[in-house]
Write a new protein. Structure first.
Length: 227
């Protein structure tokens, strides 16, 4: 992850410091990954992503994908609204992004990466899935994932988050009011009335989502019902 997120690769010393592991252990791991061609090394002895990561990425896309019926739902919502839309669901006790359709509106939001879904407590679909999950599942997830503060609006007090969950349970939708990213808001509705482990979400600039919230919510609910 550290190497993948760097622009020009990292030295072994930098990797050791970022991961907080001993230099000798770092060298051993790097040597193994070089041999597997998961990593490569340039003339400045910086470690970079290797060729075999491409094969791993392709396998990831094949094996870690949405059920067939989810993608048309996401497409339908994106076409109806022009916004970036995605499906999110439970996978091996984590909340993950399963399908993404990029919006076509003039001002779009940032990319939503496939698979990764950080800080679910600060996101519409994440809050919705946590609110509608069995209490033990939601509790265990939040035990593993502390309530990290993403913006000034992020809910980081458990009692306030539980109040938000009660609203979601009663109204069957969730809103992220610039809680994950400044100037970006999201809306999410469950599939199958919350009996499915999946939700569909819409992401838009905060001003536009607030202005269109009732319309977008109605469209999302209709698409989720297959209407």
């Amino acid at each position: 992850m550290e190497i993948a997120s760097s622009d020009q690769g990292l030295l072994a010393r930098e990797i050791s410091e970022r991961l907080g592991i001993e230099r000798q252990t770092t060298y051993h791991l790097l040597h193994t990954l070089l041999h597997l061609r998961v990593l490569s090394r340039d003339e400045q002895r910086r470690y970079l992503i290797g060729l075999n990561v491409g094969f791993l990425s392709a396998a990831f896309q094949r094996q870690f994908s949405a059920p067939d019926y989810l993608r048309p739902i996401v497409h339908a919502l994106s076409e109806a609204t022009g916004e970036t839309c995605y499906a999110v669901g439970w996978w091996q006790e984590e909340i993950v992004t399963l399908a993404v359709v990029r919006g076509v509106n003039a001002v779009a939001t940032a990319e939503v990466p496939h698979g990764q879904y950080l800080d679910a407590h600060a996101r519409a679909a994440g809050k919705l899935l946590l609110a509608l999950a069995p209490l033990s599942r939601s509790y265990e997830y939040l035990q593993r994932h502390p309530l990290k503060k993403r913006t000034s609006r992020t809910i980081t007090v458990k009692a306030i988050l539980e109040k938000e969950f009660r609203f979601i349970q009663a109204n069957r939708f969730a809103i992220d009011n610039e809680e994950f990213l400044d100037d970006v808001s999201c809306l999410a509705v469950p599939l199958e009335g919350g009996h499915s482990p999946y939700a569909i979400a819409l992401s838009a600039p905060a001003d536009r989502l607030h202005a269109q919230q009732e319309k977008y919510l109605d469209l999302a609910r209709r698409v989720a019902r297959g209407g």
